[in-house]
Design a protein around this ligand. Structure first.
Ligand SMILES: Nc1ncnc2c1ncn2[C@@H]1O[C@H](COP(=O)(O)OP(=O)(O)OP(=O)(O)O)[C@@H](O)[C@H]1O
Ligand SMILES: [Mg+2]
Length: 229
């Protein structure tokens, strides 16, 4: 069983949306998945209430419970546990990072998003966790996306697919679905499937380099990109 946490203190960057869509994509690829929701906003629990299927199972967990819950789940034969965290850096977010095999940091290509994940990233570096950024809610094509990707690539790994801002994401969630269920042949579904395929390889790669903080000069590079974006 591998656990994947969606983390960044920037609200609205897409943690819950990606967690839902990737959980459904993983299920469709034949994996057994459950979701632990650590955010009291309960976006995913509410989504599950609108859902016809009872899969994936969604459970609310408190910040002191996550490690214990994951330990117990080891006996339940899940392939993946996805963890959605709140948009604030809290003890709970730290516990999720500590417990995760892979941390995903969603980021919109905006200066505010590019600045806001830094405390989260510092915790990931400190705990030497495997992680990746994912650019979300991007325009289909823009120099902003290219510049943001270049800046992020200095700090860590980026998948070969960005998640474009598309109505399918908003409409699917309203109906208790993932985008791959809502519009299986749509571009949003295609991006999510490609992202899941990339993430699964990253989650399963045992010999991935641990996260190490870049040198100060490189950090300034991303600041430059963030300011220019
Ligand atoms: N790729 C996308 N295309 C269109 N809309 C999106 C996309 N990703 C997220 N959204 C929308 O952006 C809003 C915020 O997304 P979401 O709730 O997933 O963010 P979050 O990081 O979980 O926020 P919070 O920190 O408040 O929990 C939602 O209305 C969601 O439908
Ligand atoms: Mg959320």
């Amino acid at each position: 069983m591998k656990s994947i946490a969606f983390v960044t203190q920037k609200g609205g960057s897409g943690k819950s949306t990606l967690c839902i869509n990737l959980a459904i994509a993983a299920q469709e690829a034949g994996r057994s998945v459950c979701i632990l929701e650590m955010d009291r906003q309960a976006t995913i629990s509410e989504w599950a209430e609108h859902r016809e299927s009872e899969q994936p199972e969604v459970a609310q967990v408190g910040e002191t419970q996550v490690e214990d819950v994951l330990r117990r789940l080891q006996k339940c034969h899940y392939d993946y546990v996805f963890i959605d965290t709140p948009g604030v850096d809290s003890k709970g977010t730290l516990a999720a990072i500590r417990a995760a095999d892979l941390c995903m940091i969603p980021c919109r290509p905006t200066p505010a998003d590019l600045r806001a994940f830094r405390p989260t990233l510092a915790a990931i570096y400190r705990l030497e966790k495997k992680f990746a950024f994912v650019l979300n809610q991007t325009p289909p094509r823009s120099y902003r996306v290219r510049d943001a990707a270049e800046g992020l690539a200095v700090l860590g790994i980026l998948p070969d697919v960005n998640i474009v801002l598309r109505n399918d994401h908003q409409d699917a969630i309203g109906l208790g679905q993932g985008v791959t269920e809502f519009n299986p042949t749509g571009a949003a579904a295609d991006e999510i499937r490609r992202l899941w395929s990339w993430m699964e390889k990253r989650a399963q790669a045992d010999k991935a380099k641990p996260a190490t903080a870049p040198k100060t000069r490189q950090t300034r590079t991303v600041t430059k990109h963030a300011q220019a974006a």
